[in-house]
Design a protein around this ligand. Sequence first.
Ligand SMILES: [Zn+2]
Length: 225
Amino acid sequence: MSETRLREEICRYGRSLFERGLTPGSSGNISLRLDDGGWLVTPTNASLGFLDPARIARLDAGGRLVSGDKPTKEIPLHSALYETRGSAKAIVHLHSTHAVALTMLPEIDPRAALPPMTPYYLMRAGETALVPYYRPGDPAVADAIRGLAGKYSSVLLANHGPVVAGDSLEAAVFATEELEETAKLYLLLRNLNPRYLSPEQVADLVKTFGLELPSLARHEGHDHG
Ligand SMILES: [Zn+2]
């Protein structure tokens, strides 16, 4: 896909996310890794609903601004996730309500923020890590993401929002949406004793779709049967 086309894609997905209320005001940002090692990044203080393809920041492989507006101050989030997930081509970060709400609940497991509720959550978002609160733009958040060692494509920042990597912009957007909807389901069902997917059902999805879930790597050798 040409760079012109990729810039248009960022604007199109940004507008779609904004118009559905998935990230308010000038919150949220999107980045895309280009074949030459450089990136396209949405500008600082820009609403995802009103992006101009020509003003998207173009960075070189060293992270220096080549053209366009000044990039988002949340660059450290993006660079840390790209650094640890070699296959990532695009990253979406939103301030989506249900995912943010989830991060404030006391029972959340930082290595699996959501239970296995639906197959599409597991297939698109996998499992989700939760990292502690950091002030926006604090470079220490990058260390927290690096600490996950690239095992998670989706990460929640406490009291802030999700950061999700994908092997294409579409994949990253779809995974972010799946994470947000699953957080919403969790909040709807909290304390209602819902039936989640069983370990057998999860194992079947893992086998059929070749999913790489961090928890399975953690419990290597654990027999789900
Ligand atoms: Zn943010």
